[in-house]
Design a protein around this ligand. Structure first.
Ligand code: NZQ
Ligand code: ZN
Length: 384
């Protein structure tokens, strides 16, 4: 097992009717800026629940945060927050709203010239306005982690940052808020969570049987619950299980002491930046290609995944791995998720700048940091 430090300060408030608990979670003497997206919370009643809970508080609103939140939009929010003297940010929505809110929180306090440097130059974040959140889409795990991913329209970049200062102080997870999700976002969330787990699980053996089984538990639960949510979208228990899976997929627990990959995510972010694919859509295309390309390096873990998650037995080594990759693709397709670039009329040659971008940044991907320009090009060719 590798060395690790695990510290997760997020207070999770889970269950039906929990938005009302905001009244006890946010101090009265603060000016709150409530951040939200394109309006889903106004249609599904979440906005009203938040406003009811915050009666008597001083609240300003910032809406219009888009999926794959844009730096340009975040900077408008920073301007507004400074004018209003905001001292607490409340994110109400999906991972995009929360990621934007994390960046806004850091950018308000940033003392350098250009807050983009937090993303582009990995400039350290030394302080941030405190954040709370009501999460309405199970996918990113952002509600219980210190990560945000922000896109810049003008340069077509999509970059992550992480800082302990942007952990939400609390996250309200009411599974009933997810009833209104369109099927496309349910699917995105299932795939995103599945891939988060695989990026931390399908690497090389570090003798971590507990973390491996924790990861497998999330995968098996997703495989069980995914068809149920599509058949019976108003089933509270299924929604609750999906919300809790998503949170556990990226709250740092299954990452303890294990090597991590993240090449699917990094290549996927570029596909989103260049071609506008949803985050989940990009992952469903790239993951199978990464596994195919890296099957030698990931061999023993792929076999474990095949046997324990997909119950594949009695095949040779290579056939076992191929069957696990096929099962993964079939699972994605079974929840309505396309898995090839051609499903979006994109060709690998439309994506070749992706590999160059990583080379320009001097970044190599994967748990061995061995996936460079040539390997990325080969992986993209497998995405056709
Ligand atoms: O904007 P509104 O109107 O709220 O609509 C949103 C949006 O159109 C809608 N939605 C959200 N909750 C809803 C709902 N519609 C009906 N009912 C609800 N309850 O869904 C659409 C997509 O929302 P978005 O927040 O973009 O989705 P998601 O939560 O999947 O977040 C994706 C973003 O998170 C980043 C991705 O790269 C992407 O930018 N990620 C963040 C991570 C993190 N912070 O740890 C890790 C992930 O790997 C990921 O990279
Ligand atoms: Zn993701």
């Amino acid at each position: 097992m590798l060395n690790f430090v695990y510290h997760n300060p997020v207070k999770v408030v889970f269950g039906r009717g929990t938005i009302a608990k905001l009244v006890n979670l946010v101090k009265m003497d603060q000016t709150i800026m409530m951040t939200y997206g394109g309006g889903s919370i106004r249609q599904n009643g979440v906005y009203d629940q938040v406003m009811d809970a915050l009666k008597g508080h001083s609240v300003v609103e910032f809406s219009g945060i888009e999926p794959n939140p844009r730096y340009e939009t975040c900077m408008e929010a920073v301007k507004k927050a400074k004018i209003e003297g905001v001292d607490f940010l409340l994110s109400v929505g999906g991972g995009s709203v929360l990621d934007a809110t994390k960046f806004i929180a850091a950018a308000i306090r940033y003392e350098g010239n250009d807050p983009w440097d937090i993303l582009g130059e990995r400039a350290p974040v030394t302080s941030a306005v405190p954040i709370g959140c009501v999460i309405t889409l199970p996918a990113t795990g952002s509600e219980m982690n210190s990560i945000a991913v922000i896109s810049r329209e003008s340069t077509r970049e999509k970059l992550p940052f992480s800082s302990k200062h942007v952990y939400p102080q609390f996250s309200i997870l009411d599974p009933e808020t997810t009833y209104s999700l369109p099927e496309r976002q349910i699917t995105n969330g299932i795939v995103d969570t599945f891939v988060h787990v695989l990026e931390q699980y399908l690497t090389y053996d570090a003798n971590t049987p507990l973390q491996d089984r924790q990861a497998e538990a999330i995968l098996l639960t997703l495989i069980e619950e995914a068809p149920k949510v599509l058949e019976d979208p108003n089933n509270y228990d299924v929604r609750a299980n999906l919300v809790w899976c998503a949170t556990h997929g990226l709250n740092g627990l299954i990452a303890c002491g294990v090597p991590q990959d993240w090449s699917t995510h990094m290549i996927g972010h570029e596909l989103t930046a260049l071609h506008g694919l949803d985050h989940g859509q990009s992952l469903a295309i790239v993951l199978p290609a990464v596994l195919q390309h890296q099957k030698q390096q990931k061999g023993p873990k792929l076999v474990q995944y095949a046997q324990r998650v997909w119950k594949i037995k009695g095949l040779g080594h290579d056939e076992t791995i191929d069957a696990a990759i096929t099962q993964t693709v079939e699972f994605f397709r079974s929840v309505g998720m396309p898995t090839r670039l051609s499903d979006y009329n994109i060709t690998p040659s439309d994506c070749m700048t992706v590999a160059e971008r990583f080379e320009q940044r001097g970044v190599k991907l994967g748990e061995h940091r061995a996936i460079g320009k040539q390997e990325i090009e080969e992986i993209l060719a497998l995405c056709a």
